[in-house]
Design a protein around this ligand. Sequence first.
Ligand SMILES: *Cc1c(COP(=O)(O)O)cnc(C)c1O
Length: 218
Amino acid sequence: MESLDAVRASIGAAAAIAGREPQDVTLVAVSKNRTAEDVSPLLEAGQRHFGENRVQEAAAKWSRLRDRWPDIKLHLVGQLQSNKTEEAVRLFDSIHALDRPSLVEAVARAQDRTGAQPSCFVQVNVGAEAQKGGCAVEDLPPLLDLARRAGLDVRGLMCLPPQGVEAAPYFALLAKLARDNGVAGLSMGMSGDYQTAVKIGATHVRVGTALFEDRAAG
Ligand SMILES: *Cc1c(COP(=O)(O)O)cnc(C)c1O
């Protein structure tokens, strides 16, 4: 599949520049607003990690696809409401937008009830934007501490940098926060900036448009 090959090649090239191994970067294909038909070519081409931003939409789309491809890994990349936590914990292998104590507690309760333990990324509001999710930089250490004590499988940090400005400084900030706080994972980089994110250490890039929209048609 052309777009998938192109994104994989770009990840490989960026990793090589940074002296990293391409297999240390997980490509999460963000399939929100895409149908089961849209994702089929990616599945046929071997892509297994997919990202969604709504619990209900993901459940409807993926339950049957998972019967056919049991090794699919689903990532919740959007905001999670506390009342959907139990369903989210059952459905998703990974939750990328953990950003507040009440949600940490809801995930912990949902883990107890379901026995599932998704890997978690704490979202940091690196640009200190009022309209954006994510915890404030200064709230990160206590939130990480709470999540670990509550038994969550905390893998790393996630960010959505401000739009319209150079993303690299925000990626570098997230990487520094991860080092300072002893977490290894970095969920950062989307269609417009995933190569930059890989050079700065992203372990998970979340790519939608570049995979699903034919660039030749644009
Ligand atoms: C939609 C979305 C993406 C993918 O964005 P593209 O620009 O289409 O690659 C990544 N992360 C999050 C949180 C998203 O909501």
